[in-house]
Design a protein around this ligand. Structure first.
Ligand code: GLC
Length: 652
């Protein structure tokens, strides 16, 4: 092989870096501590000063519950994580969070080179681990808005709430393209359609700020956070939606369906990308060198860092942890840069040192990983601003964020039926009814309204965080003269002959996350069906479904006067009554196909055989009639539509 001569440009760059380094060192301050030096020069300067121990430390992300100052100092820990529900204390305040994060940071800064750590958390629909934070609709609902700028604004608000707790890094957005509603994480996916998912990656611009240059990891400042596009790649395409399972597909369809969102995320400067637990054609993504190092890093030019998923290394083999050393070697050599260990950092550390010293993992691979991590840390200003901005504590749950979440709820709801027969729409509901019934397990429950990934990993029913339930919202919307009767599980006689003008029935799924949400039945949980039957058989009713996905509803649809998909709306229940009572028009359009029965699945838009109950993109906008569900008026001109409706009533 001939000698390789560096290009003139490479020589110039190298000379420039050396010149910068010599200037800096003459002032006594190491170049990497000079904020006016270029990111690449600072990275290079710092990297060459680091020992193997310090480099391996940067590649480690450990859980806050095992972290303490001495562990951080001794192991040069580069990142700490709050797993779902891992909080400083129950109902911790923003200041409690900041004290914890800053405490860890002080330890990191006290190490020889003083490299600040990144604190990461799942802020996947607002700052959802934090009591009192604004909880936005989960992604399945946001996909129904088809509003990328709304996504951006939600990203901005979320970043402020995350910074309001001193945290600088979020494991969001999930840009999975969920192809089967059986998947327990389908609600974390904006859509079954890759193009709609691509549009919604605009949330990255909200979280990180508007990139100055396409394709370069970017965080605008201290009111923004480093984002994560996840889970690379094919997480939403597994066999029958089984979580962490196998995605069988050609490379072409893997790219066209599951990878295109990453093109946009990288162009928008996403700082990190998280590997998927799933496999592609039988090969674990966490060990897929071709897709991570060749396609993502080399061909797509991703310059940030790739982080493993939680114990993603352990789960590379079955049973998990079968051969941890082999998995570390395979994962790191595949291109994983930071490892979400998150507990047994001693084993990871010892394996890494041994694997590098024995040559099974090259110094070049370690340097590439650390270079990428440092690039993100320098580009987000972490060296200059390592500590929390204490002026931001009021951002958590701020009223303007709750108003934004209310807007997102309004825009995410999809009206699927309005009227049992022609020209008898029940929506919008009257605010001046004399007596109404509110019923159902999800009518007065914030926890159920928010779904998984809320306060705890799985989420849970109950009054888990401040917010407005549907019942609260109804009571504050109707006229003071309206009698509101609430009954969670009315029996068959409860509604009979009681003089209710109408009933609002709110039912749905119990909260779940990840594999615990995998479900092939896809039916409305029993209690919900009974409530629909018991109420709607004797009162005009609007059914509002709170769920992380479409469910089998066709058998019960004839009982309903109106049917609304509300998805997992979060804390701002008034967004639901805004449209139920006509203060705003329904504008949501299905981000997923609504099937008739589970036996039709998988069935997604574009399939040759496509026979849904409601097709992808369907949604009524104004007063409409049953049957084909076509809207009487394409545009939402409420006054015109109400005038024509009234004229119609008079003439008929
Ligand atoms: C979880 C999820 C991932 C999340 C991570 C940290 O298992 O797969 O989406 O970011 O662990 O909580």
């Amino acid at each position: 092989m001939g000698t390789v001569c560096p290009s003139p440009l490479a020589v110039l760059v190298l000379l420039f870096i050396c010149l910068e380094a010599s200037v800096a060192s003459s002032s006594g301050v190491p170049l990497y501590k000079n904020p006016s030096a270029t990111v690449e020069a600072r990275v290079q300067d710092l990297l060459q000063r680091m020992t193997l121990e310090e480099k391996v430390g940067q590649m480690m992300q450990i859980e806050r519950s095992v972290a303490n100052p001495s562990i951080i100092q001794k192991n040069f820990v580069g990142s700490i994580i709050s797993g779902g529900g891992s909080v400083p204390k129950d109902r911790a305040s923003p200041t409690d969070w900041m004290d914890m994060v800053d405490g860890f940071q002080k330890a990191a800064l006290s190490t020889r080179l003083g490299i600040p750590l990144m604190y990461g958390i799942d802020a996947v629909h607002g700052h959802n681990n934090v009591y009192g934070a604004t909880i936005f609709p989960h992604n399945i609902g946001l996909g129904c808005t088809r509003d990328p700028d709304l996504a951006r604004r939600i990203g901005e608000a979320t970043a402020l709430e995350v910074r309001g707790t001193g945290i600088q890094y979020v494991f969001a957005p999930c840009i999975a393209v969920c192809r089967s509603p059986s998947w327990g994480r389908c609600y974390e996916s904006y859509s079954e359609d890759p193009d709609l998912v691509r549009k919604m990656t605009q949330i990255i611009v909200g979280l990180q700020g508007k990139p100055s240059k396409a394709g370069v990891p970017f965080v605008a400042g201290q009111h923004n956070v480093a984002a994560t596009a996840k889970h690379y790649v094919g997480d939403g395409g597994t066999y029958h939606g089984i979580d962490e399972n196998n995605t069988l597909s050609s490379f072409k369809s893997l790219v066209n369906i599951h990878m295109v969102g990453y093109f946009d995320a990288i162009a928008k400067g996403v700082s990190t990308i998280m590997a998927s637990y799933s496999s592609w054609n039988g090969k674990k993504m966490h060990g897929n060198r071709f897709l991570i190092s060749h396609v993502l890093k080399k061909q797509l030019g991703f310059k940030g860092f790739v982080i493993s998923d939680w114990q993603g290394i352990d789960r590379m083999l079955s049973p998990p942890n079968l051969n941890y050393t082999y998995s570390v070697e395979t994962g790191v050599n595949a291109g994983l840069d930071m490892i979400m260990i998150p507990f047994d950092y001693v084993t990871f550390h010892d394996d890494m040192i041994a694997l590098v010293k024995s040559g099974y993992i090259s110094t070049q691979r370690v340097n590439d990983a650390v270079r990428r991590i440092l690039r993100v840390k320098f580009s987000m200003g972490l060296f200059e601003h390592p500590f929390a901005d204490r002026s931001l504590t009021g951002m958590v749950g701020a009223q303007e964020h709750r108003e934004l979440a209310r807007e997102a709820v309004r825009k995410s709801l999809v009206l699927l039926k309005n009227g049992k027969s022609k020209n008898d729409p029940i929506l919008p509901l009257s605010k001046h009814a004399s007596k109404i019934l509110v019923a159902g397990s999800h009518a007065n429950d914030i926890g159920r309204q928010c779904g998984g990934w809320t306060i705890t990993w799985q989420g849970q029913a109950g009054n888990i965080t401040p917010g407005t339930t549907v019942l609260d919202a109804i009571k504050s919307t109707v006229h003071s003269s309206t009698q509101v009767v609430y009954e969670e599980s009315p029996d068959t006689s409860f509604a009979k002959g009681k003089g209710f003008d109408y009933a609002i029935v709110v039912v749905g799924e119990e909260p779940y996350a990840e594999m615990l949400g995998d479900n092939t039945n896809l039916t409305i949980p029993d209690g919900g069906i009974r409530t629909i039957q018991n109420v709607c058989s004797s009162v005009k009713c609007v059914v509002v479904l709170i769920s992380g996905r479409p469910l089998i509803v066709e058998p019960y649809l004839p009982l309903m006067n109106a049917f609304v998909a509300a998805w997992l709306p979060g804390t701002e229940g008034k967004g639901i009554t805004d449209v139920l009572f006509g203060d705003y028009q329904f504008e949501g359009k299905l981000s997923r196909t609504w099937f008739k029965s589970a036996s039709q699945l998988p069935m997604t838009v574009g399939d040759k055989y496509y026979d849904p109950l409601f097709p992808f993109g369907f949604g009524l906008t104004a007063m409409a009639v049953e049957g084909n569900g076509a809207t009487v008026f394409g545009s939402s001109l409420p006054l015109l539509s109400i005038f024509i409706y009234l004229v119609g009533q008079i003439l008929l």
